[in-house]
Each structure stands twice: as structure tokens, then as C-alpha cells.
Design a binder for this molecule. Structure first.
Ligand SMILES: [Zn+2]
Length: 475
């Protein structure tokens, strides 16, 4: 059989088996959208011919990273709501800026964030945003694999009316519009573009939707046979708000509504009790661990280790864009913060973290049969990394191999040279082939000027922490 291409002679990290499945002199063959061959270089080259041969000596070939939880449109307010108390982060930090941004701004920011992510080898995006109807087209055009949902909440459009210690006044009309958008998204895009784009429903959190809204979302998700994203026990305020509104804590409420099962991917669970962590893990639902985001925004570490110890599936996510969208940063930090918190260097070893960025992340999204490892028959989503930089050397192969710790603790992301999704190169030799980065950077800076201008006109914006610190010369 003649393949489209064979990448050969590099170290192939298949992520098959219980660990990382390294083949030191390996080859990967691709035909159409799929992986057609994986194995020792000699064997693959003797069995197959190809239209294109890509020598990869001195390089590593890995499955593309799977980022289970992110909000690409939030790149428009990158680093505009950090270093402030977690309690006011949403209503006095990020939402006032997002409130004066427009859909075109979110769309440009999403393009920027997707291209930024491609540069560190992210090929699958769990992208959760409102509005998503046009944002999904960014994934279509940039060639990325995406699991998209709306972010349905009933928050008042004017967040200046929200007092953080009081029950948030929900606005059903806002929720109905967002739910209608999410429904249209599912109807139009689920399983489109050869399965490259799939859809979910995305209630924002148990505190930001009424019980009736959560019920309706669940009903629609069941009807369409699609999964759900949700932020779960993300904040202490979420617990208080949900209790005030329904008399139940978020996990108990979702359990009563039938949410806790294999189709749910819950983000964070930072303030869940151990019983709640166990309940969700054992229900079959998955957890998104966004270690950098939750550290920056809350100064906390979600209970991912505990969730995994109860048999739950955990995938890594970069979440909102305060931390950059780089899976190498995410892996390194997720491992290190567990070691630090537990005073135990054995926690979250590099091989496990790499699994949580690939095959286990794919499993968390219910896609482990299609992506997340390099295996014959799977979708051809992969990355090629150059190992020649000083910080990636020396290379040991036996009796010890240092590649996996090097990838997690030492690599920085710019070693990723080329990225393929569905058998098509979307980045080659560090050039994004599917989008215009320079133009997008120009667009987001024009948008930032506009947003800053609008923010400056709001009388109450003067009191926002970052506005004050900028005025006082700290920023
Ligand atoms: Zn999030």
C-alpha cells in the first residue's frame, strides 16, 4: 500500500499501553485522515511506500495534545484580571472587560488563542464559550479538532448590579437566548467536517443557571445524545449561591438532575468535599484539571490526584487565558504543584502527566478510540518536535531513558516544529499554514484599544483593582 507520508527515524511516543509506549527508532505512516502504520522504522519502511518521506532523526513524534477545557474567546482579556482576590475575580476582574467587548473581538481573540495553542502541539480543543456560533468556524478554518459548546448562564448583562455576597439576580431571557444558540450549534455542527467538529451543551455552573434551566439543558443533551461541559464547585461562592437558590450543594443538585455520568466533563471541583470528589469520579464523569489557571485565579489546587485515585478520568486543560495556552507549561506546572503541595516528588510523575495531556484527556472527552495515541486506525493528529536544542540534551536511551521527563519538565513548546490534524499539516517548520498570525495580532490590538476606551467611560470602572494598580504605577 502506498501511504500519503511516512515520518521515520524519530523517537515515536505512541502513548499506547500503560505508560508512554516509546519506540526509539520508529515510524508513523499516514493515509488520508488516519494513521495507517506505527512501528519500528525498518519494519514500516519495508512494508510500505509513500508519496512523501519525512526524516525525523533527532526528533520526537507524539500524538497531538488534547486540551479538554478552554475558552478561546477569553484571550481578548489576557492578563487583565490577575493578582486579585479570587472572590471578586469574576465580577470585578474579568466580566467588566468581557462586558464591553463585542463578538468580533471574541472571534479575533479565539483565532489568536487557537494559533498560540497549535504552536505547542495542541490539536484538540474543548472550547466552551458564548457566543460559539461563529467561533466554531475558527476551528473549521484553522483545521483544529474541536469539541465545542455554548456557555449557558442567566447572568445579568450589567455585572455592576451584582453584589458578590448576595444572591445573583438571574435573568431567564439571557439564559433562553444562550441555550437557543447552544441548541442551534449542536444541530448545525455536531459530527461535522468528517467528525472533526463535535458539540456539547455547556451550562456555565450550578450557580449561574436556575434549576429549571439545568433540567432543560439536560433534556436537550439527552435528546441530541451529546455530552456536557460544566464548571463544578469552582468557587466557594458557587456553593453558597446554589444552596441559597435550591437548598442543595452543586454536586447534590446535579446528581438529582441526572448529570453525573460518563457524558459529563466537569472542570475544577476545587472546593468539593472528598465525598463529592468520590461521588463524581465513581459516576463515570470526567474532570478537567486546569492547574495553572486555578492557581493564578484562586491560589488553589483542584483535587485531581484524589479524583484519579477514586478511579476517575482526568484530562488537562488550560482554561481561560491568564496563563498562556501552552501544554508544556501546563504539564510541568500540574506535576510540580502536586509535588510541592504533598512534599512528595513521586506525585504526578512525568509519564502520568503526559498521559493526562494525550490519551487520558481523549478518554475524558469520550474520544479515546479516535485520538490521544498513535495507533493504526486512529485519526492522524500528531506533532513533531525537534530535540536538538541545548536544553533537550543529553539524550539517554538505555538502561535509562530521559525523554519523557525532558518533555514534561524541560521542553518549552517552541521545540514543536510541525502539527498535523486529520492527516493535514496545519503547522510546518513553525509556520501556521491555516491562518494569518500577524493579521490576527493586529486585530486583537485594535480590539483592545476599543475595549479600553469603553471601559474608561464606565464611572465604576475606576474602582476595578487593575485600573487602580495601573493608575498607581504598579502595572
Ligand atoms: Zn473554565
Amino acid at each position: 500500500m502506498t501511504l500519503d507520508c511516512i515520518i521515520h527515524g524519530g523517537c515515536v511516543v505512541t502513548m499506547e499501553g500503560p505508560g508512554t509506549g516509546v519506540i526509539p527508532r520508529g515510524a508513523v505512516g499516514i493515509k488520508a485522515q488516519k494513521i495507517a502504520a506505527v512501528g519500528e522504522e525498518e519494519e514500516v519502511l519495508s512494508r510500505y511506500t509513500a508519496h512523501r518521506y519525512i526524516p525525523a532523526k533527532g526528533k520526537a513524534v507524539l500524538p497531538g495534545f488534547v486540551n479538554v477545557h478552554m475558552h478561546t474567546g477569553d484571550a481578548i482579556v489576557r492578563s487583565c484580571a490577575q493578582d486579585i482576590p479570587g472572590k471578586i475575580w469574576r465580577f470585578k476582574g474579568i466580566l467588566p472587560l468581557l462586558g464591553v467587548a463585542g463578538e468580533e473581538d471574541f472571534l479575533a481573540a479565539s483565532r489568536l488563542n487557537i494559533m498560540e495553542a497549535i504552536r505547542s502541539g495542541i490539536t484538540t480543543f474543548g472550547d466552551y464559550y458564548s457566543p460559539m456560533a461563529r467561533m466554531v468556524e475558527n476551528h473549521v478554518k484553522l483545521g483544529t479538532r474541536a469539541v465545542v459548546s455554548g456557555m449557558v448562564n442567566e447572568l445579568p448583562p450589567d455585572v455592576s448590579v451584582v453584589e458578590v455576597d448576595q444572591l445573583i439576580p438571574l435573568e431567564p431571557a439571557v439564559g433562553e437566548k444562550k441555550l437557543s444558540d447552544n441548541r442551534k450549534l449542536v444541530e448545525q455542527y455536531h459530527q461535522s467536517f468528517g467528525g472533526r467538529i463535535t458539540c456539547r451543551y455547556g451550562p456555565h455552573s450550578a450557580a449561574m443557571c436556575s434549576k429549571e434551566m439545568l433540567e432543560e439543558i439536560k433534556r436537550l443533551a439527552d435528546q441530541a445524545d451529546v455530552g456536557l461541559f460544566i464548571h463544578l464547585v469552582q468557587t466557594k461562592e458557587e456553593i453558597t449561591q446554589t444552596e441559597l437558590r435550591t437548598g442543595m450543594r452543586p454536586v447534590a443538585l446535579l446528581d438529582s438532575l441526572g448529570y453525573l455520568n460518563r457524558k459529563l466533563l466537569a472542570a475544577h471541583m476545587t472546593y468539593a468535599s472528598m465525598e463529592e470528589v468520590k461521588k463524581v469520579a465513581q459516576s463515570g464523569a470526567s474532570l478537567a484539571l486546569c492547574a495553572t489557571s486555578i492557581s493564578i485565579v484562586r491560589g488553589a489546587l483542584p483535587p485531581a490526584q484524589e479524583f484519579a485515585s477514586f478511579g476517575g478520568r482526568v484530562g488537562l486543560g488550560t482554561d481561560q487565558v491568564c496563563n498562556g495556552t501552552n501544554m508544556f507549561d501546563e504539564m510541568k506546572y500540574a506535576s510540580m504543584i502536586h509535588k510541592y503541595k504533598n512534599h512528595d516528588a513521586t506525585m504526578m510523575p512525568s509519564w502520568k502527566i503526559l498521559r493526562m495531556a494525550t490519551i487520558e484527556a481523549a478518554d475524558a472527552l469520550g474520544m479515546a478510540d479516535e485520538i490521544g495515541s498513535l495507533r493504526e486506525g486512529k485519526k492522524a493528529d500528531l506533532l513533531v518536535m525537534d530535540l536538538s536544542a541545548p536544553h533537550m540534551n543529553p539524550i539517554y536511551e538505555r538502561p535509562i531513558r530521559n525523554l519523557i521527563p525532558n518533555l514534561v519538565y524541560t521542553a518549552r513548546g517552541h521545540e514543536v516544529e510541525s502539527v498535523m490534524v486529520d492527516g493535514k499539516w496545519i503547522m510546518e517548520d513553525r509556520q501556521i499554514l491555516t491562518g494569518d498570525e500577524k493579521e490576527t495580532i493586529k486585530e486583537v490590538n485594535q480590539a483592545a484599544d476599543r475595549i479600553a476606551g469603553e471601559l474608561g467611560k464606565l464611572p465604576w470602572a475606576k474602582e476595578l483593582p487593575l485600573v487602580q494598580w495601573t493608575r498607581e504605577g504598579y502595572y
